[in-house]
Design a binder for this molecule. Structure first.
Ligand code: EPU
Length: 293
């Protein structure tokens, strides 16, 4: 079953996913594929469907915890230049889903277009950020979207307008598709002012969050009207460890990988955190990170 024979992009077998995630944790993907363009992806999906192979899409790997056993299927990454274009038209920006968020923000600033500065410092791709409606405070990427072009797993391309997409807190209805690109409507602004905004957002992240060791950002979603970090902190769990993973001393909703932590270490720590927060505050914490097994 040589279903990948017509691929024009790249394929790697038993590819370690550790170095494809910001957590630096997890086993290998049986197939790791970077299609060259939309046609390549479409062609591949028809074969994948025939053989019923489980399929995942990875962006910058900043919000996933990959199981230690790895993925017995395909992991796609839209990392070819085709998927990383960022273009301006009027006060709109088109961005390929594989573009890094930070590139997107810098380009917008160069174009004199404002609105996405709050995403500065989030280590994701445009596609990943859209899929989980990344945000800061009450601002979310979904609010700026005009349309999103996606492919379903049958290889059909659809253009979804703003009203065809459900964006919720750290969640969207785009998860069932492969996101190809998005168009955003931004506002014209003085470039210096935009750069100042970016600097302020970066400073806030630096001052409050923890990037000293590999991590996946906030592990749990904030419960309504509260902060998961604050609740975990009030349970006295900062510094609490499991194997080589431990709760950051700086921000309690961050779990750090001291060195060679296992997904199992993180999962045990998450389960302890959930239990303690539930016992003390009667609050059910829900994971923000996606757990791939
Ligand atoms: N706090 C504590 N102890 C801690 C952490 C936070 O008491 O260990 C308190 C802070 O002092 C503050 C409150 O909790 O009063 C909120 O903390 P923070 O401003 O750090 O924001 P957050 O609610 O923990 C959210 C997002 C972050 C985003 C920041 C930007 C979620 C789960 N988290 O964090 O997103 O960067 O706001 O303000 O929505 C992510 O999604 O991965 C992420 C890091």
């Amino acid at each position: 079953m040589n279903w990948w024979k017509d691929l024009r992009g790249k394929i790697r077998f038993n590819e370690p996913l550790k170095n494809k995630t910001t957590f630096r944790i997890g086993g290998s993907a049986k197939f790791f594929i970077e299609p060259k363009d939309i046609d390549d992806l479409k062609h591949l999906l028809s074969s994948v469907k025939r053989y019923k192979i489980p399929t995942f899409v990875i962006g910058a790997g900043s919000n996933v915890l990959v199981s230690d056993k790895g993925i017995q299927g395909i992991v796609f990454r839209l990392n070819a230049p085709y998927f990383k274009k960022i273009l301006k038209y009027g006060s709109h920006i088109y961005a390929g889903s594989g573009s890094l968020l930070n590139q997107f923000i810098l380009k917008a600033a160069e174009f004199g277009l404002s609105g996405v500065e709050f995403l500065a410092g989030i280590p994701g791709t445009v596609g990943g950020a859209l899929c989980m409606n990344a945000g800061v405070g009450k601002k979310n990427i979904g609010d700026l979207v005009e349309k999103v072009t996606v492919m379903d797993y049958n290889g059909n391309i659809k253009v979804l307008g703003r009203d065809d997409i459900r964006f919720e807190y750290r969640k969207s209805s785009l998860g069932k598709f492969i996101i190809l690109s998005a168009d955003f409507k931004l506002a014209k602004k003085d470039k210096k002012e935009i750069k100042n905004n970016i600097t302020n957002y970066l400073k806030y992240r630096r001052d409050t969050q923890d990037s000293s060791l590999s991590n996946a950002g906030c592990v749990f979603k904030n419960p309504p009207g509260n902060s998961a970090g604050r609740l975990i902190d009030l349970c006295g769990l900062k510094g609490r460890g499991s194997g080589s993973a431990y709760v950051s001393l700086r921000h309690a909703n961050f779990i750090l990988n001291r060195k060679n932590a296992l997904a199992g270490d993180v999962l045990r720590l998450m389960s302890l955190i959930k239990k303690r927060v539930k016992r003390k505050f009667k609050v059910n914490l829900e994971p923000e990170i996606k757990i791939w097994r």
